[in-house]
Structure formats: C-alpha cells, structure tokens
Ligand binder design. Structure first.
Ligand code: SF4
Ligand code: SF4
Length: 448
C-alpha cells in the first residue's frame, strides 16, 4: 500500500465521530495520533453471548484487512496483527484469505479464556510484553483497536461515511436472538422487539456483556455508539441480582464473610500480569475503614480494569471490582498520580495455569441455556420513528448541538460538535427527519 497522509486519516476519522465501539468510547482520532510499532486488531470478543466482532470479521474481512493496512501505513507501524480466538473459525478463514501476499500482516490465534479482550492481557498474549502499571499498550509499542472501530475507520477514510449505525447482539430470553445493525439513537425496546420480544414476563436488560455490562433501568434508553449487546434476562436471574446489589450491601456482607482467602487476587488478570493489584487487601482495608488514609496502598485500585473476574473467583460471591470502582471516584486523580507504579513488572509465573475458561464462566454466571444461541447477523426489520442521540457517547467532553428544534436534518449530517480545544467526538443524524427536541444530554429526531 502506498503512502497515506496521517493527518488526512485523523481528520476523516474525527469528522466521522469514530469512537472505540467495544468499550468506553475513547475517540479513535486521538488514539490514532500515536506512532506504534505494531497495530493489533482486538477480535477476542471475550464477553459470553456477544457475537458482533466474530461475525463482522467474517462478513467484512476484506474491508477489515484494508483498514488495517491503511492504519499501519499511515501511522508508520511495522506490522499489523489480527488477534482472534481460535474458535472463531469462519473469521479466521476469511482473514487468512485476505492477508495473502501482505507480508506485514499476520494472524494470532487466542485461547478461549476471560478477559482475553482486555487490552493489557491481549498485548501480553500477542507480544509477550507487560504493559507498565498505569500505562497504555503504546508503552509496549502497540496500538490496540477493536474490529468494529476499525471498520468505522474504513468507512470514514475510504467512503467519507460518519458513524450512524451500530452493530449489537440481542440475546438471552428473546424469541429470535440476532445481531443487528441499527441506527444510533434507536430505543432499546425497539431492538428487543425486533428480536421477537422477551420470552419472560418481567424481563430486565444488561447493556453490554454479562460481565462488564450495566443493568438498564429503562428500555426507552437509546442505543449509543458503544452499545455492543442487549442481554434479556428474567428479573430474578442471579446475574441481574448480582448487578443490582449496591456497594454498601456488598460491603456489609464482606465485613462478616470475607475470609481473606485471596482467591480474588490469585485469579485477577492484572495481578497475574505482575501488577501490584491485590483486590483481597483492598477488601480488607475497606472492611477496617482504612481506604482514605492508606492512599499508597488503596491507590492500587487504579490498576483495576473492572473486568469482574474477582467476583467469579470469590467463594462468598463478593464483588471487589465494585469497591475498586467506588474508590477510584473517591480517591480521585491525585491519589492515582501518587500511587507508586512499577515500570516493568514481570508476569506471574503461574499465569498460564490460571486462565479462566469461558465455558466455566458461562456455567458460573448461570447462562448455559443461552450459550448455544446463534444470534446471526441480520438486516434490521423495522424503521424507527424516533431517535434519541446522546451528546456524550464517548470519553471526553459532551458534544455541543449545532442544530435547532424544528430543523430538518439529513442522514449523516453533523448535529453536535466537540467543544473547541476539548477531546470528544462529533454526533451525526442517523436517519433523515426533523429535530424534535434538544436538552442537556440528547438531541431527539422524529424520523421521516
Ligand atoms: S475487576 Fe477484579 S479481577 Fe478484574 S482487574 Fe479488577 S480486581 Fe482484578
Ligand atoms: S475471594 Fe472473596 S472472600 Fe476471598 S479474599 Fe477475595 S473477597 Fe474475600
């Protein structure tokens, strides 16, 4: 592939409002401003039940490889690696076909464990390098990008198309589990209805994967650029109840039942990478009310990726990750900076023996009955009438509306922009229609 102007690529990606489609929504144009040695495509998709990236990689293998070539060339990287689980046979076969004759691109197969898709775990699995504590994969020369995000880069650069659609899996207790491409801003209720609706009388929804996803309070909430899955479960499903449990309730139980066995630490993927993260000691500190004064020790919570595996390791069903999340907010960035970080830890020598197999995880989560559901990629069968586009679907500052109530908008038209000098992502109309309302958090469009 010939020379590609990096600034042109970054401008196209920023104009299109591309953000990390598989997680927190980090603006992709900011991520691509780096100069990595290797670009890794994260095709691990390790959350049980989700089936977006593995199908997209098979269906759009040619575009994915072309997008990887584009990014590798424009960032001046030496190579690109497509990292997919060994079990995603269809995707691997299609990608192997597409990379033929491209010596700087290769495929790396991954085992079926959780959390294989965690950036730092992935970098270690692919390159054998440990990301320093509190650091980014870039510290190891790697830039990690998710499958759908990379396809959005392809659409932005090669087709000038902004992010107006989102792929997501709807599964669990629904009649026809499926993976759909839907307009950003559509109500979750409409997506569940398109999958045949819930098959249980009082359903709840997990937005995302069963491990890291959030329990949705309202089905009128819209799909955003980072919605990866909607998992419908009976209200009394153990996974729904675990997600509903509050921190104070969990800590009350922890005070009497945490036996300091340290299983949570033994299985923690970041601890196993050699990082100074010990969820058992954080639980102990919190039980004795010492988190505030023990900044040097409690600061380790900033090393936690909130993968939730500690909860599955815990014999008492406690949730150290929930405490870590709370402490990150309470301690604030000052402590994050103060916490002494080891620049070059070594992975734990027992790491290879402690991978958490997905089949075991599925059993433990009580999701075995849903695991064999296919959720094939299908056209979305309905046409939404109302779109609610969030002004903040990404990390950084909320976007600012640049349209007015009553104004007609076309599909792909920019309706909200990143504030001057801030980090963020633009928002586009995902269908043609008329702006019905604008408030502090959303622009609502009545679709034609
Ligand atoms: S959520 Fe738990 S297992 Fe995962 S990184 Fe944090 S402490 Fe470790
Ligand atoms: S695994 Fe559970 S009981 Fe054991 S130390 Fe961790 S939180 Fe406490």
């Amino acid at each position: 592939m010939g020379a590609i102007d990096k600034n042109e690529l970054l401008a196209a990606v920023a104009r299109a409002g591309v953000v990390g489609a598989g997680g927190a929504g980090f603006p992709t144009a900011v991520k691509l401003a780096a100069t990595p040695e290797v670009v890794i495509v994260n095709g691990a998709e390790c959350e049980p039940l989700l089936k977006v990236d593995q199908q997209l990689a098979e269906l759009r293998a040619g575009e994915l490889v072309r997008a990887l070539e584009t990014v590798v060339a424009s960032l001046g990287a030496k190579s690109g690696i497509l990292a997919f689980k060994e079990k995603y046979k269809g995707a691997l076969a299609a990608l192997a076909q597409e990379i033929k004759g491209k010596p700087n691109l290769s495929i790396r197969t991954l085992g079926n464990s959780y959390p294989m898709g965690d950036e730092q775990v992935l970098v270690y699995e692919v390159l054998g390098r440990v990301v320093p504590e509190g650091g980014l994969p870039l510290a190891c020369g790697a830039l990690v990008i998710n499958v759908e995000s990379l396809l959005n880069v392809f659409d932005a650069y090669h087709n000038g198309a902004p992010v107006t659609q989102k792929y997501l899996t709807v599964t669990g207790s629904v009649k026809n589990p499926a993976t759909f491409k839907v307009p950003v801003g559509i109500a979750m209720a409409e997506v569940v209805a398109a999958a045949g609706g819930a098959t249980v009388p009082d359903p709840v929804i997990i937005n995302g994967g069963p491990m890291m996803g959030k329990l949705e309070e309202s089905l009128t909430n819209p799909v955003t650029k980072i919605t990866k899955g909607l998992i419908v479960l009976p209200r009394n499903h153990p996974r729904a109840e675990a997600k509903r449990r509050g921190l104070s309730q969990m800590m009350r139980i922890a005070k009497t039942s945490c036996c300091h066995c340290a299983y949570c630490t033994e299985l923690c993927p970041r601890y196993l990478l050699g990082h100074n993260l010990h969820p058992d000691t954080i639980m102990r500190l919190a039980s004795y009310g010492q988190t505030g004064e023990g900044a040097q020790r409690a600061g380790q919570v900033f090393l936690c990726c909130e993968c939730g595996l500690c909860e599955q390791a815990c014999v008492m069903g406690l949730q150290p990750w929930r405490l870590n999340h709370e402490l990150k907010g309470r301690l604030g960035p000052e402590v994050a900076r103060l916490f002494k970080k080891d620049p070059a830890p070594k992975a734990n020598r027992f790491r290879e023996l402690r991978g958490y197999p997905i089949p075991k995880l599925v059993q433990k989560l009580g999701l075995a009955q849903y695991d064999s559901l296919k959720a094939p990629l299908k056209d979305f069968p309905a046409k939404p009438t109302l779109l609610k586009l969030a002004l903040k679907q990404h990390l950084g500052a909320p976007s600012q509306p640049i349209v007015s109530v009553g104004e007609r908008v076309q599909v792909g038209q920019t309706i909200a922009e990143t504030p001057q000098g801030a980090t963020g992502a633009t928002v586009h109309a995902s269908l043609p229609g008329r702006v019905e309302s604008i408030d502090a958090t959303h622009i609502t469009i009545a679709a034609d």
